[in-house]
Design a protein around this ligand. Structure first.
Ligand SMILES: [Zn+2]
Ligand SMILES: [Zn+2]
Length: 120
């Protein structure tokens, strides 16, 4: 399960409303802040102003200079055409999927860190 994009806490699949079923593939409920993190389906993802991984909806992406021959790359002809005209190549750090997208990536999810104070 991906971490919450707002606080980085663990998430679990949530039951979707009928309206959410039209635009999302999954909704994750955060156990920390209670936020609902949607993973938009491919039709609804077109209308977003930030790009996210088309497979898992993760916005924690790295930009690649060249295609990685080991990891899987998109077979979508529209995305391959975007790559030919100069759209940047992104790599999902969660599912290792590569795809072209002209939009900037969304905000990276917050990573939780644990700090221990040994002084009293
Ligand atoms: Zn959260
Ligand atoms: Zn992904």
């Amino acid at each position: 399960m991906p971490g919450c994009i707002h606080c980085g806490a663990r998430t679990e699949r949530a039951r979707r409303t009928n309206l959410e079923r039209l635009a999302t593939r999954a909704v994750y409920h955060c156990s920390g802040c209670g936020a609902r993190n949607p993973v938009y389906n491919s039709l609804a993802a077109i209308f977003q102003n930030r790009c996210a991984c088309p497979l898992c909806g993760n916005s924690d992406l790295t930009r690649l200079a060249a295609i990685d021959r080991i990891d899987k790359i998109t077979a979508n002809p529209l995305r391959l055409l975007l790559g030919m005209v100069g759209a940047p190549l992104y790599h999902c750090t969660f599912c290792r999927f590569q795809f072209y997208d002209p939009r900037p990536p969304g905000p990276a999810p917050v990573r939780k860190s644990v700090a221990v104070n040994f002084r009293r």
